[in-house]
Design a protein around this ligand. Sequence first.
Ligand code: CO8
Length: 261
Amino acid sequence: TKQYEYILTSKPAEGVALITLNRPKALNALSSPLFAELNEAVAEFDEDHSVGAIVLTGSERAFAAGADIKEMKDKTLNEVYQNRFLEDWGKITSLRKPIIAAVSGYALGGGCELALMCDIILASPTATFGQPEINIGVIPGGGGTQRLARVIGKSRTMELTLTGRTFSAAEAESWGMVSRVVGEGDGKVVEEAVAMAKTIASKGRLAVQAGKEAVNAAYEQTLREGLNTERKLFHMLFATHDQKEGMSAFAEKRKPVWKNA
Ligand code: CO8
C-alpha cells in the first residue's frame, strides 16, 4: 500500500485494512493535510476488492486530540466560509464498506467527531471522549452536536457541549455510544477491532453493504421511510447469488461460499 506522511496503512488480516493516525507529537491533531490523506486512504480501501472492512485507530495516548488548533487559530471568517472549511472532513461517512473506530486515549473535539463518523466504536478503558470546543471559544463543527444528540440524547449532549467536560469509556458504553469497552492492555482494542472487521469481511459483501445502508437509514429517515428502505434492501438481496447460496447452504447443512454477487 501507499506511503503517507500523517497516517500508516496496512492489511493486518484477511479482508481487513487498518489505518493508523500518525502525528504523535501533536496527539494526532487533525490537520487539513492529515484529513486529505485519510480521505484518500479510505477511498482507496473502499475500492479495493481484497478489503471487506476498515479499522481506524490512533495511538495508545490519543485517537485524536481534535482539529489542529494551531492551524485554525488565525483563520478568518472569509477563509473558513469561502473555502467551506471542514466540509470534506465528513467523507468517511459515505463509504460503502464498514469502518470501525478503535479508540484509546484522547478522542476530543474533532477526534470524538471522527469516531462518531465511523460505523462501530470500540473503546479501550483508557479512552477519554469529549467536545471541549467551548473552552477555546467555539463549538463542535464536525457533527458533534448532531451525531452525539442522536446517539446519547439531548440532555447529555447539551451538558457535554456547554461544559466541555470529558467523559470516560465506561460512560460512553453505558450511553450506547460505543458498542463495548475492550479489556486492558496495549493494542487490545485494535486487536479486537481487527478481529471484528475480519468477521465482517468474511460475510457476503452485498449483504454487508445493504446492512450498513439500512442501519444508517435509522439515523437519517423517519421510521416509516427507514422500514421501507430496509424492506426494499431485503427484497433486493433475493436477486443475488449469495442469498441463494446462503439459504441453500443452511438447508444442506454446509458452509456457504460467497461470491459477493
Ligand atoms: N491541536 C494542535 N495541537 C495539539 C492539539 C490540538 N487539538 N492537542 C494537542 N496538541 C499538541 C500540543 O500543543 C502539544 O504540542 P507541543 O509539544 O508542540 O506543545 C502536544 O500536542 C502534546 O499536548 P500537551 O502537551 O497539551 O499534552 P497533555 O498530555 O498535557 O494534554 C490534552 C493533552 C488534554 C489532550 C491537551 O493537549 C488538549 O487539551 N488538547 C486540545 C484538546 C481540544 O481542545 N480539542 C478540540 C479542538 S477544536 C476541534 O476539534 C474542532 C472540531 C472541528 C471538526 C473536526 C471534524 C472531524
